[in-house]
Design a protein around this ligand. Sequence first.
Ligand code: HPA
Length: 233
Amino acid sequence: MSTPHNSASVGEIAKTVLMPGDPLRAQFIAETFLENPVRFNAVRNMFGYTGTYKGKKISVMGSGMGMPSIGIYSYELFKFYGVENIIRIGTAGAYSPKLDVFDTVLAKDCWSESTYALVQSGDTSDIQTPSEELNERIMTAAKSLGIPLTLGRVHSSDVFYHEDSSIDDFYVNHGCDVVEMESFALFHNAKVLGKHAACLITVSDSLVTHKETTPEERQKSFTNMMKVALEAA
Ligand code: HPA
């Protein structure tokens, strides 16, 4: 069986999937960290691989950018491929002055103005939450690796380029520490399908200090987050 967006057969995808936004990063992770990685999807170049890490079967697949994109891929993985856990591993911009570029943040929950949950299932909540169990595993893994994690509220935004550049509404009124564009849909899908999701983030830029990172730097700091996610998986 395949779906309109995934050519994998059932059984080719592990119970736990790590999801970076960029499919080329999924390829990099598979080729760098997994033993015997086998590509299960290339539809729309949204690469997905399954291999083993310390003897355990694990998959990694790109989600694309934004809630409609991760909404499709994560729904299909949960619903049609028997996936139980998805850990998003992404980047975000910092709203909080306490966060610096390269810091690693674990989503304690996420807020969004998006209509994703409302349209998908009639869910009117503007907050979606990750799996407590997955978060516990991620925090334990980070501790054992000596990698500091900050728990924070994620803003899942529908818009990358705002005409009004003020972040006050998101930071002050909604308590969001970082901004990305995917977690709200991922957590919602996990909720309606009775599955588990979490989101680990590397801060790639600050909307307070306007510090940015180069692609090479991001690649390197991404490695810390990857190790935590793989250990937790
Ligand atoms: N906005 C939205 N998503 C992002 C950002 C941002 O500033 N940085 C990284 N992902």
